[in-house]
Design a protein around this ligand. Structure first.
Ligand SMILES: Nc1ccn([C@@H]2O[C@H](COP(=O)(O)OP(=O)(O)OP(=O)(O)O)[C@@H](O)[C@H]2O)c(=O)n1
Ligand SMILES: C[C@](O)(CO)[C@H](O)COP(=O)(O)O
Length: 230
């Protein structure tokens, strides 16, 4: 079965706060979305690649047009809607049992070696999986900023990254069910958890950060430099 990429790229970056979608931010002369796509296309994926963009995002559309292998679909108002649009679009022409790697366009420091390890794990086990990172801080349960918070055993916790890889139809159906059931879906794994399916947790790299706040741009540049990509 093929392994495809789906890039949700319809966000506006409200927490980043610039006057354009954050994935258009230039780092060392190249847009964040281009750094992300270049890293992903270094992998041995043997599948197609789809990107969800807003119709108003002319600059994003222009960058996407520079990649022959990218197929564009229309993004939704929320991340899960973009992913759902993409999966529905894919199911018109790919095999439902194919695998899809969903990767935030806003994670430009992802390394091909980590994506490849996720792909290999999924294909060997024939079970979906996600890249993740063990939590290093002591974690408090804090429903308010007062009172005595509970400390949570961090050995049971990890931070979810992307890519997250599942079968195309299973993920589409799981996302739909999660939405029908009113479950808050911030990543693909949330939907798969809701249908009680197991998945692989593949430890990735701590530099696979998401460009979220303005200060993350300097970190992205630092990590890309450290990786020898700048
Ligand atoms: N309607 C949306 C919202 C988000 N995303 C994508 O989902 C990924 C992760 O989302 P996030 O970091 O939340 O991006 P934004 O929505 O752009 O940021 P913010 O929440 O700060 O507005 C990004 O690649 C973003 O482009 C998307 O495809 N469609
Ligand atoms: C998918 C994700 O990047 C995994 O960490 C995350 O869930 C996106 O959600 P956010 O609320 O926009 O950070």
């Amino acid at each position: 079965m093929a392994v495809h990429f789906l890039f949700p790229a319809g966000g506006v970056g409200s927490r980043f706060g610039s006057d354009q979608p954050k994935q258009l931010t230039e780092i060392a002369g190249r847009a964040v979305m281009a750094w992300t796509l270049n890293a992903c296309f270094e992998t041995d994926r043997k599948g197609r690649a789809f990107i969800g963009l807003s119709a108003e995002d002319a600059a994003g559309q222009a960058i996407a047009a520079g990649y022959d292998e990218l197929e564009v679909f229309t993004a939704g108002g929320e991340r899960f809607e973009t992913v759902l649009n993409g999966l529905n679009h894919m199911l018109e022409s790919v095999h439902p049992f194919d695998w899809v790697l969903v990767h935030d366009i806003a994670r430009p420091c992802v390394q091909a070696i980590d994506i490849q390890r996720l792909i290999d794990t999924v294909l060997v086990t024939q079970m979906g999986g996600i890249l993740c990172q063990p939590i290093t801080d002591t974690v408090k349960q804090a429903s308010s900023l007062q009172g005595i918070p509970k400390t949570i055993d961090r050995s049971t916790l990890c931070a979810a990254q992307t890519p997250q890889c599942f079968r195309v139809q299973e993920l589409r159906d799981a996302l739909r069910k999660a939405l029908d059931d009113g479950v808050n879906v911030t990543d693909e794994a949330s939907a798969i958890e809701h249908i009680s399916q197991p998945m692989n947790l593949v430890v990735g790299s701590s530099d696979n950060i998401k460009l979220t706040h303005p200060e993350d741009a300097a970190l992205v540049e630092f990590y890309l430099t450290q990786q020898g990509r700048i």
